[in-house]
Design a protein around this ligand. Structure first.
Ligand SMILES: Cc1cc2nc3c(=O)[nH]c(=O)nc-3n(C[C@H](O)[C@H](O)[C@H](O)COP(=O)(O)OP(=O)(O)OC[C@H]3O[C@@H](n4cnc5c(N)ncnc54)[C@H](O)[C@@H]3O)c2cc1C
Length: 468
């Protein structure tokens, strides 16, 4: 049967897999020859501060695996290092492309980029098809009865679950049409060095990349999902899935994860499904309120809080030297591994904003630089939640006590001691507030840079001043 297009191009971005892939599946069904491309976008890479960036290495490793998989099918992944516009112009002409297929991205910069590529396609008289792939529900698919976007999670979730129960999760097959991949001689993959980047400690810290890495984590989590609700808040326990980086780069399929959650009938799976829905809640917030991506508070009244922004406090926080062990261990985990446990993200963020009185945007930017799973929507949502400026956020007057949080969620200080070996000889009591110990001087660990109780009062006053 003749196909709609002779040559098509599938543009991979944050969907680095070749199974259950909406754009690839559609392209293969509608085209005689499907070429696949990934662009290391100079506009994104040049903006990165460090040339040792775990995300670039994660992508590179994942691309390598995807390329090898396509080569096994006598095709290849074309990998270019250029601006997206230039790279796409080149590929369209070089491979005589008639249609571009890609999966939608909801970040403002990506939307602008895609608009430019759409225009380019139209100027060359070729088709541009984009698909929903990284979420189950997008854009306006979950709205209130008044057809407005939700700003509170629970009603959003209830409507979401109702719609979920009424749908069949789509599956975007590849194998039946795999022979439609364009067959051509493969090219060697450019190196990290070619792009001016260096390898990081990704292998040493055992971050498994690509589709195979995603599968390893999914298989491991399947065995633990029933315990998720009970264990997810304790950073010293392997309780969470650690799948965020794979969700970020699409080395797992979101539909596969939803199936896993829906088919595991236990309270752990139910709670985990809730977290996957939070992810989409923040996606739709960013889609409807793109101004949050340029530093605007979701709730306008909090726009004018006069944070003290003491640079020394901020520096101590970024170095894990505030004198509060749970906060410092959290930041050291981030600095050493690019990951931070969710409970710790909440504690560290709250501490920066409501104890150190530093603008949440500073913390948001620091996380954006360091997190391997950095995602604009979840990161912004998380920071605005902690700072009480966001939709459905922590109320402004609720301020985490870092010592209570530490005692509750790391009772024996196991996590703290892993990242702060200076405190390895502390008792279970001492480890949460070592300055109170008579042995404090022996620990070689900083005294607290601020006192929680007095900072709390200042924070309340600061927030109250903009409420009136
Ligand atoms: C200040 C702050 C910043 C954050 N920044 C990011 C970020 O840049 N990227 C990111 O993916 N998550 C972010 N989160 C959310 C959350 O901390 C991480 O998704 C989670 O820790 C990742 O670990 P996991 O994959 O083991 O999660 P699991 O507990 O196994 O959850 C499964 C998945 O659900 C999603 N999820 C879980 N919690 C949340 C949440 N609160 N908001 C949105 N999605 C969620 C993630 O995709 C996660 O991989 C942030 C949270 C806070 C408080």
């Amino acid at each position: 049967m003749s196909k709609k297009y002779k040559n098509s191009l599938v543009w991979f971005r944050r969907d680095l897999r070749d199974y259950d892939h909406a754009a690839l599946s559609h392209a293969l069904q509608e085209s005689e020859h499907v070429f696949c491309i990934f662009i290391f976008d100079k506009e994104i890479l040049n903006a990165l501060k460090s040339k040792e960036d775990r995300r670039v290495e994660f992508i590179w490793e994942s691309i390598k695996e995807l390329k090898e998989s396509l080569i096994r099918n006598k095709s290849d992944l074309i990998v270019l290092h250029d601006k997206a516009f230039e790279a796409m112009s080149y590929a369209i002409d070089q491979f005589k492309i008639e249609a571009i297929f890609t999966n939608r991205d909801y970040e403002p910069a990506a939307i602008t980029r895609d608009e430019q590529i759409k225009k380019l396609a139209s100027s060359k008289n070729i088709a541009f098809h984009d698909f929903k792939d990284q979420v189950v529900f997008e854009k306006n698919e979950i709205l209130t009865a008044l057809e407005k976007p939700y700003t509170v999670f629970t009603p959003y979730k209830n409507n979401y679950l109702k719609k979920l129960s009424q749908m069949t999760m789509p599956r975007f097959d590849i194998d039946p049409w795999i022979k439609n991949l364009a067959q051509f001689k493969s090219q060697p993959l450019l190196t990290l060095k070619d792009m001016g980047f260096q390898a990081t400690n990704l292998h040493d810290i055992k971050i498994h990349t690509g589709m195979s890495g995603g599968k390893l984590l999914v298989d491991d989590f399947k065995e633990r999902i029933a315990l998720y609700k009970k264990t997810r808040d304790f950073p010293a326990i392997k309780g969470v899935s650690y799948l965020s980086v794979h969700l970020r780069f699409g080395t797992v399929s979101i539909r596969q994860l939803f199936r896993l959650a829906q088919e595991s009938f236990n309270e752990g799976a139910e709670t985990w499904l809730n977290e996957l829905i939070w992810r989409e809640f923040y996606f739709q917030i960013l889609f409807h309120r793109p101004d949050v991506a340029i530093g605007k508070a979701f709730k306008k009244e909090y726009e004018s809080i006069a944070f003290e922004n003491n640079p020394d406090y901020f520096k101590a926080w970024t170095e894990g030297k505030t004198g509060y062990p749970i906060v410092d261990a959290a930041i050291r985990q981030l600095n050493q591994t690019g990951f931070m446990h969710n409970r710790l993200r909440m504690i560290a963020a709250s501490f920066l904003v409501k104890d150190l009185l530093v603008d949440w945007r500073w913390g948001e930017a620091y996380f954006a630089e360091r997190l391997i799973d950095f995602d604009l929507s979840a990161n912004n949502g998380g920071w605005q939640w902690a700072a009480s400026t966001g939709c459905d956020a922590q109320p402004w007057f609720r301020i985490f006590n870092p010592i209570t949080q530490s005692t509750r969620f790391d009772p024996q200080g196991k996590f703290i001691k892993k990242y702060i070996p200076e405190l390895k000889n502390c008792t279970d009591e001492e480890v949460h507030a070592p300055w109170l110990s008579q042995k404090a001087e022996q620990f070689n660990y900083p005294n607290p840079i601020v006192e929680h109780a007095s900072q709390r009062i200042k924070a309340l006053a600061l927030y109250k001043s903009v409420k009136n």
